[in-house]
Ligand binder design. Sequence first.
Ligand code: ADP
Ligand code: ZN
Length: 527
Amino acid sequence: MSEVTESEALATLHRVFGYDAFRGEQEAIIEHVVAGGDAVVLMPTGGGKSLCYQIPAMVRPGTGVVVSPLIALMQDQVDALRALGVRAGFMNSTQDFDERRTVEAEFLAGELDVIYLAPERLRIDSTLDLLSRGKISVFAIDEAHCVAQWGHDFRPDYLSLSVLGERWPDVPRIALTATATHATHQEITQRLGMPRARHFVASFDRPNIQYRIVPKAEPKKQLLTFLKQEHEGDAGIVYCLSRKSVEATAEFLSRNGIEAVPYHAGLDAGTRAAHQSRFLREEGLVVCATIAFGMGIDKPDVRFVAHLDLPKSVEGYYQETGRAGRDGLASTAWMAYGLQDVVQQRKLINMGEGDEAFRRRASSHLDSMLALCETAQCRRAQLLTYFGQEAPAACGNCDTCLTPPETWDGTVAAQKILSTVVRLDRERRQKFGAGQIIDILLGKRTAKVIQFDHDQLSVFGIGEELSENEWRGVVRQLLAQGLVAVEGEFGTLVLTEESGSVLGREREVRLRKEAPKPASSRSSSRE
Ligand code: ADP
Ligand code: ZN
């Protein structure tokens, strides 16, 4: 039987999709699902997950039901399939009554190969009843990491998907994701109720992407230098945290001779669609965007992804940078990151909504992201290890491999910062952030220093051996190493449990040397 189905799958690949051969584990996955088995698939973005359920949906009798949270993309996905002659439809909240009734009728008549559904549909009894009245070939659960509460993209609607296995025990299920740590992977299997699923884990390495993280000084200028020196005329994505900085960055680049357009949820739908289609169509357009941009966008020749702000998690970073170089050609993932990013994100977590568990989770995601930023080891090794995969000690294609950072004994510097924190903490009345501490160490008589008599402290002016920039680097690295923490809405620096061992001289603190001229020296490989 497997002979027959295998060739049928391959025939579908040739005839419908026009491809010569399966890639990586696609064939094994498809064969397993076509034969009726459950599968959990971890494959990086661009790895070719869609075919893993589309082909079984076509080869097995009945309609393949694809659960996807990306409502905005369903129309495009369905259009693309129809263009290939696949009978596809979707059901979501954007449709009017007539449209939905048409799709329902097609499904019941067995006239669809594939139907896309938003997860919230499956909480509605009428949808489940509808599905019961038709014939289903396979359930595909896309973006399956959304079911994991400890993941970075949890969607409560996904929890109800365990109903699929209960109501349709004989229909194979395939859960797919591009982002999962070992813990998330386990959670997917457990929450979707797929104990017998076979697991297919592709390598997460994207060898053609060069990872680089530079200290942030003047981010827009640094970005411009990077683009001018290495990616003039290339298509790429620049991610910023806020709509305002998206706009400002697009405008700045355009003014400086790099064609760039903004993309964020505050723009009207028409403008967004226009900018997106220009990006897909044109050769060398830069899109400055919030993270809303890029999900499901399939542009093979994105030559760089730049971050002007710190992503909230390593998963997010990996997913966003993964949009570069899908064609396998050399590409760059470039990020500028600074102390302010850390303080800002800690404040957001501290002040944000969500319960204690949510905050702890967000906080541990941020910790992992910081560890990646501050590592003196290979970035790729750190990334792959994070995803529980084997990694070489050094990849030769990331900034730390190409220009190994110098490290220095920062124990005394760390002690100076921590003792200042201790002294300010005694004042109780007022909380102080990193800026004030650095001013005190540098012996600056600013208005705020005078106001609180901080020039009278014994630590005043004891840190003149380092520049302000270097001190910021020290604070950042202490934050990343958990030797100091940020609290409350003002970003107050406070001690951690670990701080004592540094103050008590029980441990050495190794720090990366800050690049002397962060603006361009470290960031460019050609000078
Ligand atoms: P993912 O969902 O894993 O991000 P996609 O399913 O969108 O990836 O596939 C990424 C790209 O690779 C698409 O353009 C797809 O058409 C292409 N692709 C997938 N499988 C093959 C294959 N076997 N041969 C050639 N191209 C493929
Ligand atoms: Zn490396």
